[in-house]
Design a protein around this ligand. Structure first.
Ligand SMILES: [Zn+2]
Length: 196
């Protein structure tokens, strides 16, 4: 039991470490390469941060529970990962937190999502279930955020606006979470390049 808990925490930490490295690198590149007019990201008021983080953690927990339900067993790794990953998409706010002008939410983009999933699959040889879970965390995060997102960054600098809550985004997050659960329970044998 203790070994299982330690293993789940260790595996979650590995995935988290790669996610953080890719998020920070992606954010740094976005700051260094963006046109000055695109550098308009500002930090939200400090008082608004704890409730927002709590909402994101709650969505992450819900994503993890759905993944567990569809994997038909409790998985501490799935729960931990879905909470932490849902929160970590906001690492891209770091430059503005320390007063550096930056593009708004560069990691809230499909390219970042693709790169971070690829990094987990290639560097850590994670299974497709982890890829689906990262996708679910991304959708859950976007659904919980409000404001503007450069979804097609850097190919388009258009900011997409989310002004309120869109239930279909949560639904899409939970569908991906369910897929993550099924893929964790029944890993596809054709794609036998993963180590778990
Ligand atoms: Zn965010």
């Amino acid at each position: 039991m203790k070994n299982a808990v330690t293993g789940a925490i260790r595996e979650a930490l590995q995935v988290t470490a790669v996610f953080i490295a890719v998020a920070l690198a992606f954010t740094m590149v976005s700051v260094l390469t963006s046109d000055i007019h695109f550098k308009i990201g500002i930090f939200r008021p400090l008082s608004a941060i704890p409730p927002h983080l709590a909402a994101l953690a709650g969505v992450g927990l819900a994503v993890g529970i759905v993944a567990c339900l569809f994997s038909m067993r409790f998985s501490l790794k799935l729960i931990l990962l879905s909470i932490v990953l849902t929160l970590l998409f906001d690492l891209d706010h770091l430059p503005s937190a320390v007063g550096i002008a930056q593009p708004i939410r560069p990691a809230h983009s499909l390219l970042f999502l693709g790169i971070v999933i690829l990094a987990e699959l290639v560097i850590l040889r994670k299974p497709l279930g982890t890829a689906a879970l990262i996708g679910a965390a991304f959708l859950g995060h976007i659904a919980t955020d409000s404001g503007v997102f450069p979804l097609l960054y850097p190919f388009s600098l258009h900011y997409f606006q989310l002004g309120s809550t869109y239930p279909w985004l949560y639904l899409a997050a939970f569908v991906l979470a369910a897929m993550a659960g099924v893929l964790t329970r029944f890993p596809p044998r054709l794609l036998n390049f993963s180590n778990r």
